[in-house]
Write a protein that binds this ligand. Structure first.
Ligand SMILES: Cc1cc2nc3c(=O)[nH]c(=O)nc-3n(C[C@H](O)[C@H](O)[C@H](O)COP(=O)(O)OP(=O)(O)OC[C@H]3O[C@@H](n4cnc5c(N)ncnc54)[C@H](O)[C@@H]3O)c2cc1C
Length: 573
């Protein structure tokens, strides 16, 4: 007997629906690419989803583009920082996206290759008991564990490089197979009265604080128990199930210690949630044409083909994890954001395979910084955008796409509000050549200077008050097709949105107060667009009109008391 196989023919197939995978899929679909994303879980988000509950971290310099859009949507919709609402934000971003098909609960387990290319991949969907076979021009592996590496023969590495190979001072003297470990997180809730906790008989017992040297386990601030980590000296793929069993013993044992073994100020706290799906930090890393390493991370990574940036510290965890008595990690922050090149995002020996996420072409030390999810999301957006450029030019190879079209890919990314350090977006010719005036004291030239964030002491922002206007005069009546606005979403805000533990009174989310929530566009004095409910930084408004003058009028900010704010970009074509 055979199980049914459904065949899908698309242009681009993404495996894995973590933050990297969904951004790759959405970016491609928005640029007109028929895309399919296969995700083995019922929810999107990978380690950020309700199943694992890690925060989305990134560089000190905020990531924008799709990840900022997703964050702002969550701030708007998810007032009480609820994990199911967060799942639904990610779910609808994918499900409501034109050109994008999602296969949930579907695990990729096979691939067909010919002449160094992937022809198709196949997944098993557990809920329907069907196989899905996807034929596509390009594939992106965003599965974290790089499932397409063993299935296609794409080159990969697992483990730590020797210091001498890339001149990495932080790498071990000799190469080994060790990685960072896995974790099952826990979350706790503060209540009004004392709560008992009876540990399962199989939980580990930690009678005193001796086990917790260097591991803060007080219920204050942003404690999320990330140091409950095991498996760095085992096989972080093959041993996952065994490690999960050990991690659960640790998780329940740590909570038993906090509740029952010494005063941890936790009498009124109860266990809210335990992750039964281990979060993974590191396993297979693909090999691309460039292997990003410690020097790049620490010297600003200047690449012609920059496609994204990183900036999280070199945050390398000891492979012994919780069993290692010394500090659980080293954390060394780079002085500046560093570029990540397109050449680190495609396979060097499979000619239609891209990747994004923690599996990119980086050394172990490089990965220890690139692995955070806001960085992964921007890598995904770069890959999806690159695929759309390739298809537009009829280009079939990843290497050729990157080498011939990287400038165009960078332009597309910056138009889509991605920040590429060292590059400046060219505002569109119509806006650039028009006469621009504004009311109020702010400098309107900032609206078309191509930099949409404060940088090097310059605000790059048109400072405005409620009622202020900025006006383009094109000298003659011209066709207008699109307006692109970038509002101030306060990139300096605390970008950790979701709670680690649930304190009494709860955490409340809201759009940044600085954001323009209400504005109007007027063409030759006539209103052509108005909204009172904007909650996004990048806003693109399609138009189909002719006009000589186009005015942006600011009518209100997200902070109800707020009367002043800023706009970074007012572009038109
Ligand atoms: C405990 C822990 C703490 C961390 N702390 C932070 C933090 O505070 N902030 C931060 O930003 N990062 C943190 N990280 C790192 C970060 O979570 C990962 O590096 C990041 O999630 C990698 O993103 P990704 O999209 O590549 O993979 P993932 O988030 O793992 O997403 C990959 C998705 O692909 C799916 N998938 C896998 N195989 C298949 C298959 N065969 N078919 C279909 N789908 C598949 C997976 O189920 C998963 O949903 C932490 C990691 C761990 C484990």
């Amino acid at each position: 007997m055979h199980m049914e196989t459904i065949v899908h023919k698309v242009q681009f197939c993404v495996i894995g629906g973590g933050m990297a995978g969904i951004c790759a899929a959405i970016a491609a679909a928005r640029h007109g690419v028929r895309t399919l994303i296969m995700q083995e879980r019922p929810v999107f988000g990978g380690n950020a989803s309700s199943e694992i509950r890690m925060w989305i971290c990134g560089a000190r310099e905020a990531e924008t583009g799709l990840i900022e859009e997703i964050r702002l949507e969550n701030l708007y919709r998810n007032t009480y920082a609820n994990y199911s609402v967060w799942d639904s934000v990610l779910y609808e971003k994918v499900q409501n996206q034109e050109n994008l098909t999602a296969l949930l609960n579907c695990s990729c387990l096979d691939a067909e290759t010919k002449d160094g290319r992937i022809v198709s991949v196949t997944g098993w969907q557990m809920t329907t008991q069907r196989f899905h076979k996807i034929e596509a021009d390009f594939f992106a592996d965003c599965s974290g564990d790089s499932i397409l590496a063993p299935l296609t023969g794409a080159e990969f590495r697992q483990g730590r490089e020797a210091a001498s190979e890339f001149g990495e001072s932080l790498a071990p003297a000799a190469a080994d197979k060790k990685t960072m470990g896995l974790s099952c997180l826990i979350q706790a809730r503060e209540t009004d009265s004392p709560r008992k906790f009876i540990p399962p008989a199989w939980a580990n017992v930690y009678p005193d604080d001796g086990f917790f040297t260097n591991r803060d386990h007080t219920l204050v601030g942003n404690q999320n128990f990330w140091w409950m980590e095991l498996g760095g000296d085992q096989d972080s793929i093959g041993d996952t199930e065994k490690l999960r069993d050990e991690l659960l013993k640790v998780a329940f044992g740590v909570w038993d210690h906090i509740k029952n073994r010494g005063d941890h100020g936790a009498d009124n706290w109860e266990l809210e949630w335990v992750g039964f799906l281990p979060g993974k930090r590191e396993s297979r890393r693909y090999m691309g044409d460039y292997i990003l390493n410690q020097t790049d991370v620490q010297s600003g990574g200047k690449f012609d083909d920059i496609a994204a940036f990183g900036g999280w510290p070199i945050d390398d965890h000891h492979p012994g994890g919780f069993l290692h008595q010394g500090p659980p990690n080293i954390s060394i922050t780079p002085d500046q954001p560093y570029g990540i090149p397109l050449r680190s995002l495609y396979s060097r020996n499979i000619s239609n395979l891209w990747f994004a996420g923690r599996n990119i072409s980086a050394t172990h030390i490089g990965l220890s910084s690139t692995r955070v999810m806001a960085t992964c999301a921007t890598l995904g957006q770069a890959v999806g955008t690159a695929v759309s450029a390739a298809l537009r030019h009829g280009c079939t190879e990843v290497r050729e796409t990157a080498s011939r079209y990287f400038r165009e890919i960078q332009t597309m990314l910056m138009d889509d509000d991605c920040y590429l350090p060292g590059l400046r977006r060219a505002s569109w010719p119509l806006a650039r050549t028009a006469h621009l005036v504004s009311s109020g004291a702010g400098d309107p030239e900032n609206l078309r200077n191509g930099t949409d964030r404060a940088l090097g002491g310059a605000s790059n922002c048109w400072k405005c008050r409620i009622g202020d206007t900025a006006e383009y005069d094109f000298g003659d009546s011209v066709p207008l097709h699109e307006v692109r606005l970038v509002f101030d979403s306060d990139l300096e805000r605390n970008r950790l949105m979701m709670p680690a533990n649930f304190f009494k009174g709860g955490k409340k989310l809201a759009p940044p107060e600085t954001l323009v929530s209400s504005f109007e566009l007027l063409a030759d004095g006539k209103s052509v667009f108005r909204t009172e409910s904007n909650h996004q930084r990048l806003v693109r408004i399609p138009l189909d009109i002719r006009a000589r003058k186009l005015v942006l009028r600011v009518c209100g900010f997200a902070g109800s008391e707020r009367t002043t704010g800023g706009v970074f970009s007012f572009d038109v074509r």
